[in-house]
Structures are given as C-alpha cells and as structure tokens.
Design a protein around this ligand. Structure first.
Ligand code: GAR
Length: 272
C-alpha cells in the first residue's frame, strides 16, 4: 500500500452476471485493491452478481426499477417526488428528442427508484459508487448526491471506446460496425449518457476471423484489469481533476506506473 493510500468504502451497482464485481472482489481479497465493498445493489432480483456478493459475505439489496413503471406513475402524487425535481429536469442530458411531459414522466419514475437506492446507500456513506454492468440510466437527482464541484463520486465501466458507441451494447455496436479495434473505457458519471470525464481506456484488436463472443471475452479481460486499477488509483489519490483548454473537466492519472500498466495490458490484448 502506498503511503497516501486510503482504503475506499465502495458500493457497487449491478444488473446482471457481475463478472466485473467478481474481478473487484478477487483483487480486494488478493490485497491488490485497497477497497471494501459495503453493499451491492441490483435493479434485477435475478442478477447472478447478487449471489457472487453473498458468497463473499458482502451485503446485497434489490431495488426493482420495474416497480416504477408507467402504471405506477398514474398513482404518483407530486409530494413523493424529490424537492429538487425541477432542477433535475433542467440539468438532465440523458433523454433527448422527447416531449417535455414525457421527459418529466421518465425522470420522475427514475428519481423515485433512485430515492430507494439512495436510502440504502446514505447510512453507509460510501467514498465511491461503482457501476458494474448497471443497465439503468442515472439521473441528475442521484448524481447530485455524489458529485460536487471538484469531485466526481460515481465511476462506470463502459464496453467501448467512448465517445464511440455509448449505450447498452458496446461490444455488439463495435463489432457490427466493422471496427478493427475495440476498446473499454472507465469514466466518471455526469449528467449525460456515457459522457463524463474519461479516466482510462484500453484497446484490443478485432481480427478477421473473430466472432462477437471472442471480441466480448477479449474486452472483458481488459475491463476487469482496468476498472480495478482505476479504483486503486482513486484510493492512492492518483486521480487529479483538471480543466482542459475548453473548460471541460479532465482526469489526469498521477501514478508514474501508468504507462507501464497500459503497455502490459495492450500487449496481453494483442497476443495471439
Ligand atoms: C460489461 O461488459 C460492462 O462493461 C457492461 O455490461 C457488462 C456487464 O458484465 N456495461 C454496460 O454496457 C453499461 N452501459 P458483468 O455483469 O459480467 O460485469
């Protein structure tokens, strides 16, 4: 452990198999990741990631977003919406091309589900929220609880080389576009969909004989390594927020080992 390292208390949000979660657990148990997982929350009651967490004695919870579906909204009274809801509507960049009323409806349902997640997270006071295959949008209401002016508090792993192919099918979109290289991105969450400041990226080749499944496996291996490394950098105080020339927030990695880490990862991905 480096001298300045602070063991991070993290909460992990998942929706499915949880192999990224497993990679974090394995690295924590191997002493390679200075973090402790306080809670795993899934929006999907059948997510296998919940079982993975339980096998390692990590507390789990389910917030089923389907409980806040269209039928639910008809019964919603305004008083159950968060106080800051109008501001949430103004700040959001996740829904576009929809009528104002529809945006409000969708955000209202999302924020109500998120209120449930926040109630679980609040008493734990986590240092970082990690999205690991969490397949729900995050509204400015939720973000407002973890991002401040000079600190981002929610990290995500995305299965494509952002800003290419945001959304839910990074590998499928990369593969069917005919890309010769694919990539994975760890980034902080902001008010848009997969638009927050990039922390680290890694690439892999797509060879002519590859299938989508081969490509996905190659990418996932990179995800496991790079996601844990980014969390570790945060624990070490090695992620610095700076402003680019255009004022856009950017993340600088201070760890002098960063180039060597990336080189090794890239070599592994290109090995045949
Ligand atoms: C991973 O490939 C992750 O990058 C992706 O879902 C998969 C989850 O796998 N996330 C997204 O697409 C988010 N938009 P896992 O449950 O086995 O970790």
């Amino acid at each position: 452990m480096k001298e300045k390292t602070k063991k991070l208390k993290i909460a992990v949000l998942i929706s499915g198999g949880g192999t990224n979660l497993q990679a974090m657990i394995d690295r924590i148990e191997a002493g390679k990741l200075d973090a402790e997982i306080s809670l795993v929350v899934s929006n999907n009651p059948d997510a296998y990631g919940l079982v993975r967490a339980q096998k390692h004695g990590i507390p789990t919870a389910v917030v089923d977003y389907r409980n806040y579906g269209k039928r639910f909204l008809a019964e919603v009274v305004q008083s159950t919406l968060p106080k800051e809801f109008d501001e949430v509507v103004n700040r959001q960049r996740i829904y576009s091309g929809l009528a104002d009323g529809e945006v409000r409806d969708r955000l209202a349902r999302l924020a109500l589900a998120e209120q449930e997640v926040l109630a679980l997270l609040k008493p734990l006071n986590p240092d970082l929220i990690c999205l690991a295959g969490f397949m729900r949008l995050i509204s400015p209401y939720f973000i407002g609880h973890y991002n401040t002016e000079d600190r981002y508090g929610i990290m995500n792993i995305h299965p494509a080389l952002l800003p290419a192919f945001p959304g839910t099918d990074g590998y499928g979109a990369t593969f069917s576009y005919g890309c010769r290289f694919g990539g994975v991105t760890v980034h902080f969450i902001d008010e848009g969909e997969d638009t927050g400041p990039i922390i680290a990226q890694a690439i892999y080749p797509i060879w002519p004989e590859d299938t989508l499944e081969v490509v996905r496996r190659r990418g996932l291996e990179l995800e496991y390594a790079i996601y844990s490394q980014c969390i570790q950098w945060m624990a070490q105080g090695d992620l610095k927020l700076v402003r680019g020339e255009d004022g856009r927030p950017q993340v600088r990695i201070l760890d002098p080992e960063y180039p060597a880490f990336l080189e090794q990862l890239t070599q592994q991905a290109f090995a045949r």
